[in-house]
Design a protein around this ligand. Structure first.
Ligand SMILES: *Cc1c(COP(=O)(O)O)cnc(C)c1O
Length: 404
């Protein structure tokens, strides 16, 4: 994205023209950026040669998934819906892992029938359920067990998952007990130790501590894991202050780990692949004067993009057309939904905006559309994909007919 004179462009296309053609609110994705992100990832982890499984909950658009698949990725799913979507988007079953704390019998049964790479389990109850179903089907099922390494990911507490007070994974003690349980089963084949300590991680040291905990547990277990699934969580630079996760250091730590362990690494990145490849264009409906700030009421709302309301997450807001006037008061960008949390951000200094101006909410490719809803019976927005000079609608805007 960049400005050419006053206008903001994405891959050479003017946002203003896109908004005119496809209406707002509108999710715009850049295929070029997705490819760049994946290339960057692969470059850093070349020597590790991992299996990449894209975390479908970050973005489950069929067309985008198909593009990501074509770039050599498998998929990480957390529900039967996501598993079906992964298959429909072309992912091979032997490159799909199934994560999540509460898989139902129906979900487990479907996953076994589809012969996916791994079911990553998270409790004794779930392991016993998988065994029961596998026994009924007379099948040997490949599983992983998710370790809770009790490691602080140093990210927002709402998106931390690797501390002992979080519901995810099992403690070291239980992990070791579960290995023994699984070893005795004729229907379960333990192949993987998995972890995922959280999301939007920008410091490599939590990953380093996590690897140390994994090493300790592997040593104690004396078990030879064919796979170690390190999850995702790699953060991106939402604030544009050049604070990035040091992937090189993370890679070096994993390379050291692999010298002591003969296993295949699995990654489950979501955000780092797609977040900065998607942006949300929205039109100003009204400017409403307040006492200390003015409210910029836009046509996108928390139903289109929930992250600010859900996690107090930050997304940059920028104008689609620059001008030289300044706003007199701070601006608070809000949607029309009847909730006080329906706001995107508050900025002290912004250019003066008026009715019908366009703004762009940046880096919403991950956990944007996938978290959208019909709250207030609002329509879900359209999604378009920019591929060079071509633009394609990859998800039609809902119509009132669809939802009323
Ligand atoms: C959400 C999730 C991911 C992806 O996390 P990102 O921060 O988007 O990379 C990976 N693995 C599991 C188990 C998850 O729940």
């Amino acid at each position: 994205m960049r400005y050419k004179s006053k206008d903001l462009f994405i891959d050479g296309l003017k946002f203003e023209s896109l908004a005119k053609k496809f209406a707002t609110p509108l999710y715009c994705y850049s295929l070029k950026k997705i490819k760049e992100n994946i290339k960057n990832f692969k470059q850093h982890f070349k020597r590790i040669n991992p299996i990449y499984c894209f975390s479908i909950k970050a973005n489950s658009n069929t067309k985008l998934l198909n593009e990501i698949k074509k770039l050599g990725f498998g998929a990480d799913v957390v529900s039967i819906g996501e598993l079906m979507k992964a298959l429909k988007s072309g992912f091979k079953s032997n490159k799909i892992v199934f994560s999540g704390v509460g898989k139902t019998a129906k979900e487990i049964s479907f996953a076994i029938d589809k012969k996916i790479l791994l079911i990553n389990t998270e409790s004794k109850g779930e392991i016993l359920e998988i065994e029961k179903i596998a026994k009924n089907k007379k099948k040997l099922v490949n599983i992983g067990i998710r370790l809770n390494p009790n490691t602080d990911a140093k990210t927002l507490k709402q998106i931390s998952t690797g501390k002992k007070e979080n519901k995810f994974g099992v403690s070291e003690k239980i992990f070791l007990e579960l290995i023994e349980l699984v070893k005795r089963s004729k229907f379960l084949n333990l192949k993987c130790l998995s972890v995922h300590i959280g999301s939007q991680i920008l410091d490599h040291r939590p990953y380093e501590r996590m690897l140390n905990v994994i090493q300790k547990v592997i040593n104690k277990s004396k078990f030879n894991f064919e796979y170690v699934d390190l999850g995702g969580g790699m953060g991106i630079d939402y604030e544009k202050n050049n604070k990035n996760l040091n992937l090189r250091k993370y890679a070096t730590n994993i390379e050291k780990f692999l010298k002591k362990n003969n296993c295949k690494i699995i990654f489950e990145p979501g955000r780092s692949i797609i977040a900065n490849a998607g942006h949300l264009v929205s039109e100003v409906i009204y400017i409403k004067e307040g006492e200390k700030k003015n409210f910029v009421i836009v046509d996108a709302a928390m139903n289109d993009l929930m992250r600010p309301a859900l996690y107090n997450a930050y997304h940059r807001v920028i104008p689609a057309k620059k001008n030289n006037q300044k706003s007199q008061k701070p601006y608070e960008f809000v949607g029309p939904i009847c909730e006080s949390t329906d706001k995107f951000s508050t900025v002290k200094k912004f250019q003066k905006l008026k009715k019908k101006d366009l703004i762009v909410i940046c880096d919403v490719g991950a956990y944007g559309m996938s978290l959208s809803s019909n709250y207030n019976l609002r329509l879900k927005p359209a999604e378009i994909l920019i591929n060079g000079s071509k633009v394609k609608i990859i998800n039609k805007r809902q119509t009132l007919r669809d939802i009323v």
